[in-house]
Design a protein around this ligand. Structure first.
Ligand code: X8Z
Ligand code: ZN
Length: 674
């Protein structure tokens, strides 16, 4: 859901979902559904701002003025919040021309509101304010992650572009060549139609092992962000015909607008604005993520080397040359961001088996609802209150057959109180079992900070929001699976299966790290002009190769815009949060295991049922964004820095195994030493 700055957990600026750029909400219950006061037009608003500025030119604003301004801002944000959240929710669950227009209207209003409040907040630049008020004012001054400039028409244009890109992604469909579709039916079933969506693309990439089918699926999905052609079957149109529509052009237009908006807010470009949201100097943040990457990169490099060798055994030198970046379609995931689905291809030879959660869920006939209830039960075991009935009534947890929905998983809090929901096209797989916990983590966080003022209804930083549920999912150990009846006690893998368990986990968590880092490295380059629109695609692949060591399976067409085939680009969700979350979740996990007095290896630790850990975790969550994030981190872990050491400790036994296995191999690829 969209949030007025601060952070969302999976959508765009001024949004209110986890998986959006945040908005905020009130501590007080929403006023009864009185009709919202009409919003002044931007021109009228500007005139009124000018008056305010003129009136205050002679009299310095006071602390009392700031207090009144913040009270009014809070009321305005709350008033906007619920209406906007509903529009976004309906659009994401039912994508049509009409709901796109509703979402665009909400986006326009939100962008105008954020810009107005940011500009008004500047009045208090020179006023000495109590820390708490200064934090709120500074938060408002950052506007939104997708700021509209303060000129007539800009907010509307920006909101339209953003809604349009989001809808094009959400309704994307593609066809496979007949010969490949015939193979795909083995996986999708005989009844499948050759009109494929993200849902099918994800299943094919996870399960197919035929390089031609993989390459065709991989390329087919990417037609979504290429200009319209007859191979596309989008049903939804926004603003008339989509024929000839180019997402890259829309993206370039959006970049121009938000850069103008960011400059008005006092930032060099939108990337500098994004980097300024971490309670530290924006330049220091860029250095900080590089430092964290430097900590964990050796682990990634060993994993890459080991996996490439395993894939080479499966596919041979032609498909997987041993000195080249790995073909991106061979890694079990349409974006090559997590590789767990090809674990079986690189399973340690002769070692004891780990646990196949997908098989366990299938064996017990789990469905999506039961997966969610099981996730809820974990949080309950830590002492969190049960989810409200409305959560189950209002969430979307399976893909509807009869309409377009935004299948990318997200978590929402509609009223910033108890109306929490998730939206997911859940598959009964171990991967989606993790995602269920991820989304619920957002919801429990949102509920934990619901009594904070609207400005602080957010994660300590956006990485925290993404890390909560993932930290819980790290406790899905074999022993935990026994406790909930998914695994027989007799089948708990012994110590000799540690390598298998850790490798399975690393294929997702370690493999993700460079992807998590590079998506926004690419956006930062787009925003600061390092990459011109003509260089968008080459720049994307340069980073994919440099950081991940992967390459496309075929020469990319001149009109390709491959970054746009990843939800968060057209969906306008910042991505560095996931990189941070992959570091933070291990830091949280280690702290939780220490608190629980656990003495074994970290990957065997589950805090299931530990209310004391739950209470401390909730205490941190309740803080929301009210304090700089190091305070929140310290409250739970005793540490004030983000740190990759816990992740390294977790995977230490695997690191030794990988180093041993890679001995004598030439690791890396040209450019990988950066
Ligand atoms: O987008 C998500 C969540 C919603 S916030 C499903 N994630 C990233 C992705 O899918 O790319 C979680 C991990 C990374
Ligand atoms: Zn998330």
């Amino acid at each position: 859901m969209k949030k007025l700055h601060l952070a969302t957990v999976c959508t765009a600026a001024l949004m209110f979902s986890a998986c959006a750029d945040n908005t905020t909400a009130t501590e007080a219950p929403k006023p009864a559904p009185a009709p919202a006061a009409p919003q002044p037009s931007q021109a009228a608003q500007k005139a009124s701002n000018d008056l305010v500025q003129a009136a205050t030119a002679n009299s310095r604003p006071t602390v009392q003025d700031a207090r009144e301004f913040l009270e009014q801002a809070e009321a305005d944000i709350e008033d906007f919040g619920l209406r906007a959240a509903r529009a976004y929710w309906v659009q994401a669950n039912f994508i049509t021309e009409d709901t796109n227009a509703m979402a665009a209207a909400a986006g326009k209003e939100g962008a105008e509101l954020a810009t107005r409040l940011a500009n008004e907040a500047k009045r208090f630049n020179d006023v000495s304010l109590p820390d708490d008020m200064r934090r709120k004012i500074d938060g408002l001054k950052r506007g939104s992650n997708f700021p509209a400039p303060d000129r007539e028409g800009a907010a509307g244009e920006l909101a339209k572009i953003m809604a349009r890109m989001d809808a094009v992604y959400g309704t994307a469909k593609f066809k496979l060549p007949d010969a490949q579709f015939a193979k795909a039916k083995d996986i999708l079933g005989d009844d499948a139609d050759n009109v494929l969506e993200q849902y099918e693309a994800v299943r094919l990439m996870a399960n197919a092992r035929d390089p031609e089918l993989l390459a065709a699926t991989w390329s087919g999905w990417r037609t979504l962000s290429q200009p319209m052609n007859e191979s596309k079957t989008q049903q939804v149109q926004l603003d008339g015909e989509l024929k000839g529509y180019s997402m890259a052009e829309d993206y370039a237009d959006m970049v121009k607008i938000i850069n103008e908006g960011a400059r008005e807010l006092g930032y060099a470009d939108a990337g500098a604005l994004w980097r300024a949201g971490y309670d530290m100097d924006a330049d220091d943040f860029a250095t900080e993520v590089d430092r964290l990457w430097g900590q964990v990169k050796p682990l990634y490099d060993e994993l890459h080397c080991y996996v490439r060798a395993g894939l080479n055994e499966e596919y041979g030198d032609d498909v997987v040359p041993m000195d080249q970046p790995i073909r991106a379609d061979l890694l079990g995931n349409i974006w090559a961001q997590s590789w767990g689905n090809v674990y079986e291809l690189v399973e340690p030879e002769g070692a004891a088996k780990g646990v196949d959660v997908t098989a366990l869920l299938e064996a017990q006939d789990y469905d999506a609802l039961r997966m969610v209830k099981t996730g809820e039960q974990f949080f309950s075991s830590l002492g969190f209150d049960p989810l409200p009935d409305t959560f189950y009534k209002r969430s979307l947890i399976t893909k509807p057959a009869d309409r377009d929905v935004q299948c990318h998983a997200s978590a929402w809090n509609l009223d910033d109180q108890e109306d929490i929901r998730i939206k997911m096209c859940t598959n009964v797989t171990g991967e989606d079992f993790q995602t269920v916990h991820h989304e619920l983590g957002h919801n429990y966080y949102q509920r934990a900070y619901k009594d904070q003022p609207v400005f602080y209804k957010d994660g300590a930083n956006d990485g925290f929001h993404e890390a909560i549920g993932d930290m819980i999912a790290l406790s899905i150990t074999p022993d935990y699976l026994v406790q909930i009846g998914l695994l027989d006690e007799a089948d708990v893998p012994g110590e000799d299966a540690d390598t298998a368990l850790l490798l399975r986990q690393a294929m997702d968590k370690v493999a993700f790290l460079p992807f998590g880092l590079l998506v926004d490295k690419w956006r930062w380059q787009v925003f600061d002009g390092t990459l011109s629109p003509a260089e968008y695609n080459d720049g994307w692949w340069a980073l994919r190769e440099q950081y991940q060591g992967i390459r496309p399976p075929n020469d990319r067409p001149a009109d390709a815009f491959d970054a746009g085939a990843k939800y968060h680009i057209p969906g306008n969700t910042p991505y560095m949060r996931y990189f941070l979350a992959h570091i933070l979740q291990f830091q949280f996990h280690k702290a939780a295991c220490d608190q629980a007095g656990f003495e074994g290896p970290l990957h065997r630790c589950s805090v299931y049922g530990n209310e004391e850990v739950g209470k401390r975790f909730e205490n941190m969550m309740e803080m929301g964004a009210s304090k700089p994030w190091p305070d929140a981190l310290e409250a739970f872990t005793g540490e004030r820095d983000m740190d990759g050491s816990a992740m390294l400790e977790y995977f230490a036994p695997l690191m030794s195994y990988l180093e041993e296995q890679n001995e004598g191999r030439t690791c890396g690829w040209s450019g990988s030493a950066d």
